[in-house]
Design a protein. Structure first.
Lengths: 190, 779
């Protein structure tokens, strides 16, 4: 969406300041990639923000997102727009109360705003899996992976999800392979 | 019986035989006719109830466009925002007391948004302030508190209704939503005693009779609204005594079965108020649109009076053809209202002074977007019967973006006109179609079925099955590139003449567009420049059947002939089908069925069905990435390069031109970061339009995208793709020392292993700066 150039620019500036670099002249391809891939970090509700009415204390943050919060680099700027953060909160709430249809609708709404957000695709895949649609869940996890770039942790979640989906489909060999991919990613991230 | 000779004495008192016979006959008839009368009345009863309930319970489906979602940072001009408010019929009102109002203009608006029940929850009515800066919505805050709002979803604009084929169009109105002045005027003029009579009004009939006798003509009617309603149900308008009796009986029966309110409401929706060619205008809801281009609730007193005028004779008092007559009677209606005390003399005076106010030309149909609604109907047909669609009051939420639709219609129509003139084509013959979708989500944002998009005629976007020409080529190259062991973007192909013999012994000798052969060319160049000879050779090498498999993977469902001519696009598809095919490319190899509908709710707002986002990886994403790169090259330096005369290069558009034999069809299909569009131009009678893809459809595409401000394209690079710098002379790996080098993406393992001789050379060269910059955009 149109916010990306603005956020990307400000992120770049912030990074420059933090790392104390002077003006970057050469094309450092590594730096821009990192910024884009940390977009999902804004998912965790910012404690300094006042809670939206009706959501105080209700949202249960899923385990993988909780891990992310701990590992979160405090200096990395937040990319997910407040609009999408609010939708994710609503979606997770619906998921928590087992209104899967509503959760799906809300995630689809979020995806209309940020169609290439790998975390949104991953969360939608999770809801699909909970709904008993392993085939679709696995495809959405694959779609999420396509946007993961260098984000190994997102890939890890996706491969775990794909493994679960394949188990549900009776594809034990495929599930094993998926678990292996996840294990490789886990060891790489250490 | 012969008369007996009677004696002189007086006979006993006895009825004569003949009269007894007659009496017996009369009694017999009377007795027999009672059951048949009863049967007849029962039949009338059944028939009037069926008609009445058929009308009453038939609620058409209401179709909505996408709701506009507002958030700070959204690319939205204040002009487009104003248009959206107009579509939604928001009224300017500084007090902002009611929802559906706004104040301000230009840089800042304060809006009292209507609440709306969506599938996933209720959006509350609320007041907010929207501040615009240039091309973006810069600030979104609650009003008057000023707290920042994350996301505001406006109510979705109503774009049309779906009616059953056999019923005419209606815009159904509810009694409690009808302006009270309309009801008052109607009753005052047509049936003052409506709420107290029993279906017929003997006093009114007597009075009318008396007045008509005095005037020696028919000046006044004595029929009640109920009788008029019954009359409306009949298809012909005979005025025989028999018909009138029937109508009277049926009016009585109606009143017996139904409440006054129900009858009045049905009347408001059924009364015949005009004729639009072959389409009859029934009901005040539709009449309001037909005469004034506005919904009933927005009409003012003089306009309401005019509609009531029409009840007595829609053609006689047609304001467009007999304005004087219409005006006179309208004023009479106003006088009656004033005499009754319903309006003040001041109001009456002002209203009489007002012009008739009818719109110059009646709007065409009840929807502005017939081509899109057509697609909606077809997608619903699989899940709903036509009767349910048209009668259950369903609410259908679609993916249409009215701003994108407006842009598609305008650019198609303007550019076609301009091409016609500049190229001296016969007037009004050139036609076209356009489809626009969201590239990741597969939602259909706009469908233009022809150059006059507002007319519900032949829907070319969905039904014009035309040979696609070179648009098919990406599928050929995709098939090849998926075999990374054999092909890469720098694989050399021979763009040399060839002759093929088919089963019948006929020779097929394809030609390039410029009738030249280009010798050895890279695979990428062959696609970017759309060389036919190289493409056919490649396609034959990988197998036409395999190309068909790829097309199936891309989502093409239509039958395809497995002949070599398929490789040059002898296959015919509709613009929508082409959009589906390119959608899979735009989504990185994930097939997403195109959707025009998001969800369906029932009349009470309960969720019925969702049309959900689904994805399925059907073609190799790495191969898609390579083909997309080649299609970006096609627009940068290939057959599509004139696009960048009007659009910024930073968009990095991926696209393909398509031209068919003798220039009968002109195509362009392409996508940016968030939008995909397919444009076709041609003649309905299949005569050559004389346009190539580049000088025809591409021009429309460029105009269209120019108005949409799309995101630049940054194709997702799969993990098994890497870029390498290649020396143009030797097609081996290059470094800074090579004179001319270009960067290409490769599937892992398919890049050349050797370095070019220049790589160890001394002369410092320059790399293809544009290409390097392009690549940096999507990393």
């Amino acid at each position: 969406m149109s916010v990306y150039p603005v956020f990307r620019a400000s992120a770049l500036i912030l990074l420059l300041q933090l790392t104390g670099c002077a003006a970057i002249v050469t094309e450092d391809k590594a730096a821009p990639v990192e910024d884009l891939r940390t977009r999902h970090e804004g998912l965790i509700p910012d404690k300094t923000q006042p809670p939206q009415p009706g959501t105080e204390g209700v949202v249960e943050v899923p385990p993988e997102l909780r891990e992310r919060a701990i590992a979160r680099d405090q200096s990395a700027p937040v990319f997910m727009t407040p609009a999408v953060v609010a939708l994710v909160r609503d979606a997770e709430q619906s998921l928590h109360s087992e209104s899967y249809g509503t959760a799906v609708a809300t995630y689809e709404r979020a995806l209309r705003l940020e169609p290439r957000n790998g975390v949104l695709w991953h969360r939608l895949a999770s809801v699909r899996l909970k709904q008993g649609k392993p085939q679709l869940a696995a495809q959405m996890a694959a779609k999420s992976n396509s946007f993961a770039g260098k984000d190994d942790r997102l890939r890890l979640w996706n491969w775990r999800l794909i493994a679960q989906a394949r188990e549900q489909l009776g594809d034990h060999q495929g599930a094993k392979e998926a678990r292996q991919r996840a294990a490789e990613l886990k060891s790489r991230s250490r | 019986m012969p008369r007996k000779k009677t004696p002189k004495r007086r006979p006993a008192r006895r009825l004569p035989q003949k009269p007894r016979r007659w009496l017996r006959a009369i009694l017999a008839v009377a007795l027999l006719s009672v059951p048949s009368a009863v049967v007849y009345v029962v039949y009338l009863d059944y028939s009037i109830r069926r008609d009445f309930e058929g009308r009453r319970w038939a609620l058409p489906a209401r179709v909505y466009a996408r709701p506009l979602e507002l958030y700070a940072g959204l690319r939205l001009s204040s002009q487009d925002f104003a248009t959206e408010l107009e579509d939604l019929r928001y009224a300017p009102d500084p007090s902002l007391r009611f929802s559906g109002t706004y104040t301000g203009k230009g840089k800042a608006y304060i809006v009292h948004a209507r609440g709306f029940q969506f599938w996933d929850g209720a959006e509350p009515a609320r007041r907010f302030k929207a501040v615009f800066r240039g091309t973006h919505l810069a600030g979104l805050t609650s009003h008057p508190a000023g707290k920042p709002l994350g996301l505001v979803r406006l109510d979705p604009p109503l774009i049309g209704s779906i009616h059953p084929a056999q019923h005419e169009d209606r815009i159904l109105i509810k009694l409690d939503q009808t302006p009270h002045q309309l009801v008052a005027a109607l009753l005052a003029v047509e049936d003052r005693a409506f709420f107290s009579h029993f279906g017929l009004n003997p006093k009114a009939i007597a009075r009318a009779l008396w007045v008509n006798i005095k005037a020696a003509g028919v000046v006044q009617g004595g029929s009640t609204l109920t009788q008029q309603l019954v009359k409306n149900f009949f298809l012909t308008s005979e005025r025989t005594l028999w018909r009138k009796t029937n109508e009277a009986l049926m009016a009585l029966l109606l009143e017996w079965h139904y409440e006054k309110d129900e009858i009045l409401e049905t009347y408001l929706n059924e009364i015949y108020l005009g004729q639009d060619g072959s389409r009859a205008i029934h009901g005040f809801g539709l009449a309001s649109h037909y005469y004034f281009n506005r919904p009933l609730e927005q009409l003012r007193l003089p306009e309401i009076a005019l509609l009531v005028t029409l009840v007595r004779g829609p053609s006689y008092y047609n304001p467009r053809s007999h304005p004087e007559r219409a005006r006179k009677r309208r004023d009479l209606v106003l006088d009656i209202l004033q005499a009754q005390g319903t309006i003040t003399s001041d109001q009456a005076q002002k209203a009489k002074a007002a012009a008739l106010g009818v719109s110059q030309r009646p709007p065409l149909g009840t929807t502005l977007y017939p081509s899109f609604i057509d697609l909606v109907r077809r997608q619903l047909r699989d899940d709903y019967r036509e009767e349910d669609l048209a009668s259950e009051g369903l609410k259908i939420f679609t993916t249409l973006d009215p701003r994108v639709q407006d842009a598609a219609e305008a650019t198609l129509s303007e550019r076609i006109l301009s091409l016609e003139r500049r190229r001296g084509l016969p007037a009004r013959k050139l036609e076209g179609a356009a489809v626009v979708t969201s590239s990741e989500g597969g939602e259909v944002l706009a469908v233009a079925g022809g150059r006059h998009a507002r007319y519900a005629g032949f829907n070319r976007a969905l039904d014009a099955v035309r040979p696609v020409g070179s648009l098919i080529k990406p599928a050929v190259y995709l098939t090849a590139l998926a075999r990374s062991g054999e092909y890469s973007l720098i694989t050399l192909l021979g763009d040399d003449p060839l002759r093929l013999k088919d089963a019948k012994g006929m020779i097929w000798s394809p030609q390039n567009f410029d009738h030249k052969s280009h010798g050895k060319v890279t695979l990428e160049t062959a696609l970017a420049q759309s060389y036919n000879l190289a493409t056919v050779r490649l396609g034959l090498a990988v197998g036409v059947e395999n190309v068909i498999d790829t097309l199936r993977g891309l989502g093409v469902r239509r039958g395809l002939q497995p002949y070599p001519s398929l490789l040059l696009g002898a296959a015919a598809l509709t613009p929508l089908e082409v959009a589906q095919m390119y959608q899979t490319l735009a989504a990185g190899g994930f097939y997403t069925p195109l959707r025009a509908i998001r969800e369906v709710l029932d009349a009470q707002g309960k969720p019925l069905q969702r049309y959900e986002l689904t994805v399925r990886q059907t073609v190799d994403p790495a191969a898609v990435y390579l083909v997309t790169t080649a299609m970006q090259e096609a627009v940068l330096r290939g057959t599509g390069k004139s696009l960048y005369w009007k659009l910024p290069k930073a968009l990095a558009v991926a696209g393909k031109t398509g031209t068919t034999d003798e220039l009968r069809d002109s195509w362009f299909a392409g996508f940016t970061g968030d939008r995909l569009a397919v444009v076709w131009l041609g003649m309905d009678n299949n005569q050559p339009a004389g346009l190539t893809g580049a000088n025809g459809a591409l021009q429309v595409w460029g105009d269209l995208m120019g108005r949409l401000h799309p995101q630049p394209l940054k194709p997702v690079m799969p993990g098994n793709v890497e870029w390498a710098r290649i020396d143009s002379a030797t097609h081996l790996l290059a470094d800074d020392h090579c004179q001319s080098a270009v960067e290409y993406p490769f599937i892992q393992g398919s890049a050349p292993g050797q370095y070019a001789p220049c790589a160890k050379g001394v002369v410092s060269g320059k790399t293809d700066k544009v290409r390097t910059w392009l690549r940096s955009l999507f990393e």
